[in-house]
Design a protein around this ligand. Structure first.
Ligand SMILES: Cc1cc2nc3c(=O)[nH]c(=O)nc-3n(C[C@H](O)[C@H](O)[C@H](O)COP(=O)(O)O)c2cc1C
Length: 182
């Protein structure tokens, strides 16, 4: 199966996951900006196309390009993966997976989540400000639980929770010869 992984990443975590998946599935790898310059003939040679982006305010960043193209790629194996700061078992991650695709899109696209981290050195100034406000609000929360305080402490400086194990379900899906509708 010839596979293409397209990704967008601000601070490097999604890029790292895209690389891991590409290495494990022998796929080609393209930054979204480069993918947007390619024509239909380029994508025609792939049997599977995956889009990876990071989570911002519970949304998958820059997914529109992939989701607009996906209906014309229904015969291919399609997937999206979202990289966020939440843990894989956090209900927020589950909610994001649910909201990432419509019921119709879910019929031919599979969605995955991988925990990334926070790299404040590489983050844009507006994003860093937004995170500062989020952490401060979490710390000041009146009914803050131990979990909230623990989270605020953990993400108040750069941290890396990425793990290649989170790519296992994506790799299995890409290697599996059974089709999505089966
Ligand atoms: C402004 C902002 C909003 C974010 N919102 C979420 C979110 O809703 N859920 C989540 O799990 N992570 C959220 N994150 C964390 C990022 O998704 C996380 O840092 C991710 O690893 C970044 O990926 P990248 O290194 O590929 O840019 C947010 C980060 C920023 C800067």
């Amino acid at each position: 199966m010839k596979t293409l992984i397209v990704y967008t990443s601000q601070t490097g975590f999604t890029k790292k996951y895209a690389r891991w998946i590409a290495e494990r599935t022998n796929a080609d790898l393209l930054d979204l900006k480069d993918a947007q310059k390619k024509d239909d003939v380029f994508f025609a040679k792939y049997d599977a196309i995956v889009y990876g982006g990071w989570a911002m305010a519970e949304k998958l960043v820059k997914a529109k390009w992939f989701l607009d193209k996906a209906p014309s790629w229904k015969k291919k194996r399609l997937a999206v993966f979202c990289v966020g700061g939440s843990t894989n078992d956090n209900p927020q991650a589950e909610k994001m997976l649910q909201n990432m695709l419509t019921d119709e899109q879910r019929k031919y696209i599979k969605a995955f989540y991988c925990q990334g981290g926070y790299n404040y050195e590489k983050m844009s100034v507006p994003c860093r400000m937004a995170m500062k406000m989020f952490v401060s609000a979490l710390k000041k929360k009146k009914d803050a639980s131990d979990k909230d305080r623990e989270l605020a402490e953990m993400i108040s400086s750069s941290c890396d929770f990425s793990d290649i194990k989170y790519t296992d379900p994506i790799v299995d899906y890409l290697k599996d010869s059974v089709s999505l509708s089966a």
